[in-house]
Design a protein around this ligand. Structure first.
Ligand code: TYM
Length: 331
């Protein structure tokens, strides 16, 4: 029996090269060996203000981008989080077991509320509980994510013990999978900050669907230090970030790349990295454009995903409702 894996991305902005390198590239690699659930986290997207019409289009676009990036909708279960009502329901149960003290420690909540002072809502605060529900509903062994989600996964594991201490063995204890390389791709404009799809400055990230000209412009204008030697150095966050991206996308080690650039300047690496990103994304963008031409087909694939997901999620939720003592409707 294959082990199970789940991961997802929140619907805000457009998927970035950071999401690809830190997460989706690994989802793709794991899809042959695991029974995979890949979710478009649209409910999480509502923690920031969304224009309803644009939000609907973006959810469809994320779904198409997952497939265009190489996730096979027949082999995997790819679905929209909001199509499975069990996610929101389990969140309520788990919220009643999660101490506020644990949520207060979440660094993403602190960062996001500092960025979004006018809309610090309760959903932003309980966001990690919804994430735990996403995972626990599917009895997941592994959760492949970038580094920034590590704390949320630790909380998910804590929630498993809060639940099980009271109600007995119910959920699988999920393990995080965080790759050694590329788990934290930095902003192109401020390499001390994580690259984020919701950054106000679009030059700080490369979107999966950015046109080649835009990609080239963004990479060329990436902020680096005033040095010239192409060498990985934690003190030189900008050039080290570009080297990391180059390494993951080319499959070369950092020292191989450093050797290739002996006697060359930062500018040479930027030009080559821009070309590499454009080349990597070219087939993805072609497939994406193709998929978006046939929305009926996408809707059909979405339905196929949610039908598969619902079977597993409803079974877990039934068990949970029974364990916590909710009175059954059917006997
Ligand atoms: P999200 O949408 O912020 O990011 C999706 C995935 O991409 C990774 N990632 C990065 N990796 C490397 N460098 C970066 N700059 C970078 N930015 C993002 C993230 O770590 C993540 O793996 N809450 C989650 C979505 C979610 C989820 C889940 C994930 C909802 N439910 C259940 C796993 C399991 C989020 O907002 O990811």
């Amino acid at each position: 029996m294959k082990k199970t894996l789940l991961s997802g991305s929140t619907v805000t902005g457009d998927l970035t090269i950071g999401n690809y390198i830190g997460a989706i590239n690994n989802w793709k690699k794991l899809q042959d060996d695991y029974n995979c659930f890949y979710m478009v986290a649209d409910l999480h997207g509502l923690t920031v203000y969304q224009d309803p019409k644009a939000f609907k289009e973006r959810s469809l676009s994320f779904f198409a981008q997952y497939i265009a990036l190489g996730l096979d909708p027949d082999k995997n279960t790819i679905f929209l989080q909001s199509h499975i009502h069990e996610h929101a329901e389990l969140t309520w149960i788990l919220s009643c077991l999660t101490p506020m003290g644990y949520l207060n420690r979440m660094t993403q909540f602190k960062d996001k509320s500092a960025k979004n002072e006018k809309n610090i809502n309760a959903g932003l605060y309980t966001y990690p509980v919804l994430m735990a529900s996403d995972i626990l509903l599917y009895q997941v062994d592994l959760v492949p994510v970038g580094e920034d989600q590590k704390q949320h996964l630790e909380l998910c594991r804590d929630i498993v013990s809060f639940f099980q201490n009271r109600y007995g063995e119910t959920f699988k204890l999920p393990e995080p999978y965080i790759a050694k390389m590329g788990a934290r791709i930095m902003s192109l404009q401020d390499p001390t900050k994580k690259m984020s799809k919701s950054d106000d400055n679009p030059n700080s990230f490369i979107s999966i669907i950015d046109p080649p000209k835009t990609i080239i412009k963004k990479v060329k204008s990436a902020v680096t230090d005033s040095g010239t030697e192409v060498k990985y150095d934690e003190e030189k966050a900008g050039i080290s970030n570009l080297l990391t991206m180059y390494s993951v996308l080319s499959g070369k080690t950092i020292s191989e790349i450093e050797n290739d650039y002996v006697g060359k300047m930062y500018g040479h690496l930027k030009i080559d990295l821009a070309d590499l990103v454009v080349e990597t994304l070219k087939p993805v963008q072609e497939k994406y454009a193709d998929l978006m031409k046939n929305k009926d087909h996408l809707h059909q694939l979405m339905k196929q995903g949610s039908e598969k997901a619902r079977v597993v999620a409803s079974k877990t939720l039934d068990t949970v409702y029974d364990k916590v003592g909710l009175y059954p409707e059917h006997f």
